[in-house]
Design a protein around this ligand. Structure first.
Ligand code: ATP
Length: 426
């Protein structure tokens, strides 16, 4: 059994620098848990606290049901791999992988067997007699992983192990890591800021921002049913469409989302209708992923927006269309900054820009639009209104009139602060 429980764990570095704030989560036995978030959000700090390389300022860490805050790193039975898996330069690959078993005075026959099995699984069995200096970056990371995992620790911690590799090698090694740790059944906590790595590797993903847990769930839960607008925008390979809508309930017959030039109606039978109707007379934010939108013919009478194709982009496996439809995108609300809250500046955090966005309606101001128009006539980039995924055939051309069908079941509905209006399912 090897579960990890973090219970309201906080880390304050010297100088009163709050890096992790009251963070609670549990990694189950054998689970592959990914910590994901922007640079500086506290991912590495969290991993280092679990490894015992960093003290926990407040809160509790439980490893296999044992309170581990004061357990020395060597007694935690944890192995760690970093971005630059440092190797012993004068030892061969075989010597590097075998090292942890040799110092544990393991039976030489067992050492040979383990090294052989692991090097095969990691595709470095041909390099066993070479020294690290003669290996590629990908091979060196494989050796580092082999050395970490060889004594079958109860917990495997990885801090951006693929970030120094090229794209092809990253994909290859990603699949191998996944296969290896799952076959060994070792509980793994893996830090990355790469959302593709998170989505493809994780059993569950914990998303952090400024040391605060923003969301925790399976990749599908977090992608389709994110807890906040920040999470929705962060976990998206294409730009999330985030639009502001006024909420009306005309004669109480249905709930209407009014985007200015476009309207969407939500019948009372929709489970989200009641929660949205609580904002009648106010505004909500609507998140639409580009893959929840699609070109539809003029005759389509389902929910849709009209617009004009500003530009098309070719991504190799798919085309993206940027549709100007008179509804400017709004900025993603920043989650509260715990440092601001601690200093007694309220829960609005995120600097002056975020404060202004909270205090004023989320629509772009007319002078901004004018400025944006001027920018576009100057040839500067102006943000398009709606990003639509077209698949591998561009049904539109630049300048075409476009009708965009909207998959209503995929709308994500947030308060102006970016919190979900309807509860995410976890
Ligand atoms: N030893 C330290 N002393 C003071 N502050 C630190 C220390 N180590 C990290 N920090 C700060 O704590 C915060 C979290 O850092 P951490 O390295 O955990 O973030 P991260 O999410 O892993 O970032 P990255 O993806 O860039 O590695 C950052 O603001 C960082 O500057």
């Amino acid at each position: 059994m090897s579960s990890v429980i973090l219970d309201k764990v906080t880390k304050v570095y010297p100088g009163d620098h709050l890096a992790v704030d009251k963070l609670s989560l549990k990694a189950e036995d054998g689970e592959f848990l990914v910590l994901l978030g922007p640079s500086g959000c506290g991912k590495s700090t969290l991993l280092r606290m679990i490894a015992g390389l960093e003290d926990i300022t407040e809160g509790e860490l439980w490893l296999d049901g044992e309170l581990a805050n004061q357990v020395p790193p060597r007694d935690r039975d944890v192995a760690m791999v970093f971005q630059n898996g440092a190797l012993y330069p004068h030892r061969t690959v075989r010597g590097n992988i075998a090292f942890p078993l040799e110092i544990a005075k393991a039976d030489p026959q067992l050492v040979r067997e383990r090294v052989r099995e692991l090097s095969k699984a990691l595709h470095i069995d041909e390099t066993l007699d070479r020294r690290p200096g003669t290996l590629s970056g990908g091979q060196r990371q494989r050796v580092a992983m082999g050395r970490a995992i060889v004594r079958q620790p109860r917990l495997f911690l990885m801090d951006e192990p693929l970030s120094n590799l090229d794209a092809g090698m990253r994909t290859e090694l990603r699949m191998e890591i996944s296969a290896l740790v799952r076959s060994l059944g070792i509980t793994t906590i893996y830090v990355t800021h790469d959302q593709v790595e998170a989505l493809t590797l994780a059993d569950r993903i914990a998303i952090l921002n400024r040391g605060v847990l923003q969301d925790f769930g399976t990749p599908a839960q977090i992608y389709n049913d994110p807890a906040t607008a920040f999470v929705a925008a962060f976990l998206n390979s294409q730009q999330l469409n985030l639009l502001a809508a006024d909420v009306h309930t005309p004669q109480n017959q249905y709930v209407m989302l009014d985007f200015g030039p476009h309207r969407l109606s939500i019948p009372w039978s929709d489970p989200r209708a009641y929660a949205i109707s609580q904002h009648t007379g106010g505004q909500v934010l609507i998140g639409m992923r580009p893959d929840g939108l699609a070109p539809v013919p003029e005759s389509y009478d389902g929910p849709a927006f009209y617009g004009r194709v500003r530009t098309l982009e070719y991504h190799g496996h798919e085309w993206m269309a940027y549709i100007e439809c008179g509804v400017p995108a709004v900025p993603v609300p920043e989650p509260p900054d715990p440092r601001e809250v601690r200093r007694g500046h309220g829960a609005s955090g995120g600097g002056l820009g975020a404060l202004v966005r909270r205090m004023f309606p989320q629509r772009q101001e007319p002078q901004d639009l004018e400025q944006a128009d001027q920018n576009s006539s100057n040839g500067l980039h102006r943000r398009a209104d709606l990003t639509v995924r077209l698949g591998n055939r561009p049904v539109w051309r630049t300048g075409d009139a476009a009708k965009v069908g909207i998959d209503m079941s995929r709308l994500m509905i947030f308060t102006p602060d970016g919190a979900r209006i309807d509860k995410p399912r976890r």
